[in-house]
Design a protein. Structure first.
Length: 284
């Protein structure tokens, strides 16, 4: 049977089929907002670089020697001041790229293959223009990857996740670095989805490790209990729960007592507040 679709519908189907909703770098799009046609079309070429097998998605691997070009001696004061330990920055190969004034964050898949490179702008002006986190482009090579096909830090935390049968999903890479700084690499069960959406493929990556509980630890994207953003976040979390509850126990770290600040990750206000939120996590 042959079905005719509009260009928008056809591309949207492709994006949905390949779970590419998390392809673009972090945006603060409101819940339910649709991508523009041109933005979806940008994903098409990358679809061709993805090899799909019955077991896994194999992402394009980049030449890891690019990491040798960055500065690892500079003191990344903004992150050090946020309780991220210098040895954890070194362990995660976090560097600095003076060409764009960005903190460099290499991404690896579960098998330690170098699949992407994101940068965090330090200039507030650049953050406003481009967003805080963007894939880095050097010598006409854009080191991006489909975010929905990987979990940041899983290559480091997978063994601990297998032992504890628990995983914590944060939004950003920085939260994983904080978690490892507080609790140590040997106790790290954190990963980051690099956005505010979690794909079925990301859930499957954790299920393959035998997890029995997935703890979703999204940012506090609301200012007051019951406001518009609160309702949007609640709806989003409930949608995630309903989507994946039949696969695994889903729990939520949710700051209903407002002990963190607006837009903070649950781990942003120190280890004691994080442990409070963790121990009081919501299990439906």
């Amino acid at each position: 049977m042959h079905i005719q679709l509009s260009l928008h519908s056809a591309v949207a189907w492709i994006v949905n089929y390949f779970h590419l909703s998390g392809y673009e770098e972090d945006t603060d799009e409101s819940f339910g907002e649709e991508l523009a046609d041109w933005k979806i079309l940008e994903n098409y070429d990358r679809i061709q670089e993805i090899k799909v097998s019955s077991e896994q998605v194999v992402l394009k691997e980049y030449d890891i020697s690019i990491l040798d070009r960055f500065n690892y001696d500079v003191q990344l004061t903004p992150w050090l001041n946020e309780d991220i330990a210098s040895h954890i920055l070194q362990f995660a190969q976090i560097g600095y790229y003076p060409g764009t004034d960005q903190i460099t964050i290499p991404h690896f898949d579960i098998d330690n293959r170098f699949i992407g490179l994101r940068g965090r702008y330090l200039s507030e002006e650049d953050c406003e223009l481009y967003g805080k986190y963007r894939p880095i482009k050097i010598n006409n090579i854009l080191y991006n990857h489909p975010l929905g096909f990987n979990l940041y830090n899983l290559n480091n935390s997978k063994d601990n996740i297998m032992k504890t049968k628990k995983a914590i999903i944060f939004e950003s890479e920085k939260s994983c670095l904080k978690y490892a700084s507080y609790f140590g690499v040997n106790n790290d069960i954190s990963v980051a989805c690099c956005g505010s959406n979690i794909s079925l493929y990301q859930i499957q990556l954790l299920l393959n490790l035998g997890v029995e509980e997935i703890i979703i630890a999204f940012d506090r994207q609301f200012q007051a209990i019951g406001d518009k953003e609160f309702k949007q976040l609640k709806r989003k979390l409930l949608n995630l729960y309903n989507k994946y509850k039949n696969f695994v126990l889903i729990s939520f770290i949710f700051d209903k007592e407002l002990i963190t600040d607006y837009k903070d990750a649950p781990i942003d206000c120190g280890i004691e507040n994080f442990l409070t939120l963790f121990n009081e996590r919501i299990i439906l």
